[in-house]
Write a protein that binds this ligand. Structure first.
Ligand SMILES: [Zn+2]
Ligand SMILES: [Zn+2]
Length: 399
């Protein structure tokens, strides 16, 4: 057995312990005080303390004794604002937060990666930069860490993340990487606030009805897809919230619409964002309302680099053998991942680890309150990330 796999397997119990603590104590968004305190404590125990470069964003540097490039490995740590219904004995202790996207597993595995690479630090040909980030779900954490300088000192030459999959088309424990090129969509979450003028419902002409204006904006925005983008450039525009008013006979002052805009190409994304704001403001102006458009979080399309991908799949086969690795086929999907904002600056990939599959009885996807992830492959994900980093540095160090 490969020594990295063997060493990671011996850590399985502590991986499970970390995962269960994190799972029971989820935190949501860009500020994760308890999670960060736990991760910092564990990093100190491992002997590789982390540095907080921005709110809830931790960096650990490993290696650097031998010259070579820098590879970044990232784990996201935030949960979702929902109630868990898994029935697990270590389920969330909070009614308003749950680790239904598996970021607890990502964080636990990354602690294992630090421990594993710390033991092999002298062998690393260059630097491994470990990134623990908050706020992946609201799409603010990766960008915050980019702004805080995560890509510099040393400069990042390759960027890798791993996401678990609870309804994988492969057996539990399988490592895979989606096809090279665009794998996931860009995503921009927006909030449109329509400022009208409230009045009595019997005399609407005395005010400006923000609900009516909001409805016109929603219809007008469909023109983007219907008339402005070519058939090969399709975007997804979803409005998941439209809130306004408190009574049937009062015209309210404001209406708030929130939603998400997704594309598969950065230039299409930028065009859509520009036109989106022009349409919303223009319709508002035509109908006498002030319209405010805010982008509350966003990320670029995630692009898997062909060379990094080919290298990674080769290292994974060395690590777990042919049967433990699959090549995910098919085109991009419209979900997103904010690590794309790091990968926009350095070639990289998103690795997928199967932690349950339909064939093995998985019934609920990620983000479902009942999603069930198996812990058995935690050590495989840990070994895979650590081994990939070590081998990639080895093969890309200047002679
Ligand atoms: Zn998620
Ligand atoms: Zn996620």
């Amino acid at each position: 057995m490969n020594s990295f796999l063997n060493e990671a397997q011996k850590m399985q119990e502590s991986l499970v312990q970390d995962r269960r603590w994190l799972h029971a104590h989820p935190e949501v968004g860009g500020s994760l005080p308890n999670t960060v305190a736990y991760v910092k404590k564990r990093l100190e125990e491992i002997g590789a303390p982390g540095q907080e470069i921005c709110d809830s964003g931790l960096v650990v540097l490993l290696g650097g004794k031998k010259p070579g490039p820098c590879i970044l490995l990232r784990a996201d740590m935030d949960a979702l604002p929902m109630k868990e219904e898994s029935g697990l004995p270590f389920a969330s202790t909070c009614d308003r937060a749950a680790h239904t996207c598996g970021h607890d597993m990502h964080t636990a595995m990354m602690l294992g990666v630090v421990r594993l690479l710390r033991a092999h630090e002298d062998e690393l040909c260059g630097t491994v930069k470990i990134m623990f980030q908050p706020g992946e779900e609201p799409l603010i954490g990766a960008e915050r860490m980019v702004q805080a300088g995560i890509l510099e000192n040393p400069k990042v030459d390759a960027a890798i993340t791993l996401h678990v999959n609870a309804v994988a088309p492969f057996p539990t424990g399988t490592l895979s990487v989606a096809e090279a090129g665009v794998a996931l969509a860009s995503c921009d979450n927006y909030r449109i606030t329509v400022h009208g003028k409230g009045c009595h419902g019997a005399w609407p002409y005395q005010g400006v009805d923000p609900i009516a204006v909001g409805a016109h904006i929603l219809v007008a925005l469909q023109q983007l897809n219907a008339r402005e983008l070519s058939t090969s450039e399709a975007a997804v525009l979803t409005q998941g919230m439209f809130h306004s008013g408190d009574a049937p006979n009062i015209i309210p002052d404001t209406a708030v619409i929130q939603g998400t805009l997704r594309t598969l190409d950065e230039s299409v994304r930028q065009r859509c964002l520009k036109r989106f704001q022009e349409i919303a403001a223009g319709v508002g102006a035509a109908l006498q309302a002030d319209v405010e458009v805010e982008i509350t979080g966003g990320c670029a399309p995630l692009v898997n680099d062909p060379e990094v991908r080919a290298d990674a799949l080769r290292y994974f086969r060395e690590l777990v053998g042919e049967d433990g690795v699959a090549e995910k086929e098919g085109g991009p999907i419209m979900s997103s991942e904010d690590f794309a904002n790091v990968m926009a600056h350095a070639p990289g990939i998103q690795v997928s680890l199967a932690v349950n599959s339909v064939a093995e009885g998985a019934r609920y996807p990620m983000h479902n309150p009942k999603v069930m992830m198996r812990e058995e492959p935690l050590y495989i994900g840990t070994a895979a990330m650590a081994y990939l980093a070590k081998r990639w540095l080895e093969e890309h160090a200047n002679p």
